[in-house]
Design a protein around this ligand. Structure first.
Ligand SMILES: Cc1cc2nc3c(=O)[nH]c(=O)nc-3n(C[C@H](O)[C@H](O)[C@H](O)COP(=O)(O)OP(=O)(O)OC[C@H]3O[C@@H](n4cnc5c(N)ncnc54)[C@H](O)[C@@H]3O)c2cc1C
Length: 412
């Protein structure tokens, strides 16, 4: 069997793997990426949040993205029973990017991999990791190529960015029960022939169908739009028929968007994802770290997936550089504890979204502008800024503010 030696093997060429590989390569590390599919490939996760811009910039991947003319995302709109709750990232609390993009991920992810290849990273597509064996921190990874042949990659360190492939988590039995209730999703894209002119046609919107059920509208600059529903598995499964028929029936539950899409054919058969939330018992071990979705995924409601994927990918790469340069790395403190801080904030927001408490605040008619700016910073992904009370006291603040609103409503 053919054998190869590298310093770091990155499994998966999504945003997490690309950011890791770019950073490692920039710092003189011999890195190789293996990717199961051939790019461009479809991927869901098209609404970004501003925090990921910092990560792409630090990895040296922002310039290539700037050239693509993706639709700019300046905020997000939530709609429930005809009431609109709009967030403008330029009016958020604290520092950070005021905008980001909404992107067709097939094009976006290929742009990233084209760029890392241009920068000198070796990327093998149609190459699937089938087995990993560890000997201390050294690892021996078996990969299967498109023609069915196998080869082995010996690495001093592995960054597993395999998304829902969850290569190492599956192999080492690290999968844990999810933190969020069982939600599923069904989604596709359309050629948006009835798209309204102006801002209305470019605004990412989340329409609340029931407290736990929502519809997404993500328009792209190429004229296509991503549409999809998220809800408890019970709700998803009550619709009968094939996936196209199911999505057509679900569309009838959307008061705001039904007319825009009722006669528009889907560009491809909808995808269905069951039990979206994923979790693991540990994020690192001797010779490996898990990043992006291969580590943990909460819920799509606040579009945090790509931001966390790039946050973890970048941090893992930074720590791997230190380790390979014989500096001491405390993976628990420097990786797990840091990531956990941010994940905990988002977990609260996701949970309080589905309890309805956060929706009470967002759709409250007398909105508090200070609270709104602080919540906006969280929705932009700045979940490590402890000067923001809605970050620092995330556990209590949403619940308490929702309770006050409830009391106010009961008195009026
Ligand atoms: C319904 C739904 C809606 C979502 N909406 C959003 C959103 O609006 N915004 C957002 O930011 N996020 C969203 N997400 C999450 C988003 O899709 C992910 O967080 C993001 O793609 C994670 O990036 P990643 O690099 O970790 O993984 P991925 O992008 O999944 O990349 C992993 C790569 O690893 C490869 N791979 C897998 N197994 C192997 C193997 N054995 N060998 C080699 N390669 C392998 C895969 O082919 C893949 O290309 C959504 C998720 C779901 C389920």
């Amino acid at each position: 069997m053919k054998k190869e030696n590298v310093d770091v093997l990155v499994i998966g060429a999504g945003p997490s793997g690309s950011v890791s590989a770019a950073y490692l390569n920039k710092h003189g590390i011999n890195v190789k990426v293996v990717e199961k599919t051939k790019f461009p490939r479809f991927q869901v996760g098209e609404s970004l949040i501003p925090r990921c811009m910092d990560n792409f910039e630090e990895a040296g991947l922002l310039d290539c993205l700037m050239e693509q003319g993706y639709e700019k995302k300046y905020g997000a709109r939530f709609i429930k029973d005809g009431v609109h709750g709009c967030f403008d990232f330029s009016k958020k609390y604290g520092e950070g990017w005021d905008w980001t993009w909404q992107v067709p991920r097939d094009h976006f992810d290929k742009t990233l991999t084209d760029e890392i290849i241009r920068q000198g990273v070796s990327v093998d597509f149609e190459t699937e990791v089938t087995n990993v064996e560890f000997n201390g921190t050294d690892s021996f990874t078996t990969v299967k190529h498109k023609d069915g042949s196998e080869s082995q990659i010996e690495a001093k360190f592995i960054i597993d960015s395999s998304g829902f492939g969850r290569v190492i988590a599956r192999q080492l039995g690290l999968e844990a029960s999810p933190k969020i209730a069982k939600h599923g999703s069904i989604f596709t894209q359309v050629k948006d022939i009835n798209r309204p002119e102006g801002t209305e046609g470019t605004l990412i919107t989340f329409e609340i169908i029931e407290t736990e059920v929502w519809f997404w509208y993500i328009p792209f600059s190429n004229g296509n739009t991503s549409i999809g529903f998220v809800g408890p598995m019970d709700w998803i499964n009550k619709f009968e028929g094939n996936k196209t028929e199911v999505l057509e029936q679900m569309m009838k539950t959307s008061p705001y968007y039904y007319d825009q899409f009722k006669d528009v054919p889907y560009l491809f058969e909808p995808y269905k994802v069951e039990n979206i939330s994923k979790n693991v018992t540990k994020l690192f071990g001797d010779g490996f770290v898990l990043t992006g979705n291969s580590a943990e995924f909460l819920d799509p409601v606040f579009s945090s997936g790509v931001s966390f994927a790039t946050e973890t990918g970048l941090l893992a790469a930074k720590l791997a550089v230190k380790q390979l340069n014989n500096q001491e790395v405390d993976w628990q403190a420097d990786f797990v504890d840091y990531i956990k801080d941010g994940v905990d904030v988002f977990s609260t927001y996701v949970k309080e979204w589905y309890t309805g408490n956060l929706q009470k605040i967002i759709f409250h008619k007398n909105e508090n502008p200070v609270f709104k700016e602080q919540i906006c910073a969280v929705l932009a992904g700045y979940v490590w800024d402890k000067t923001n009370p809605f970050v620092k006291k995330h556990n209590r603040l949403i619940r308490n503010v929702a309770k006050l609103i409830e009391m106010e409503e009961n008195m009026s």
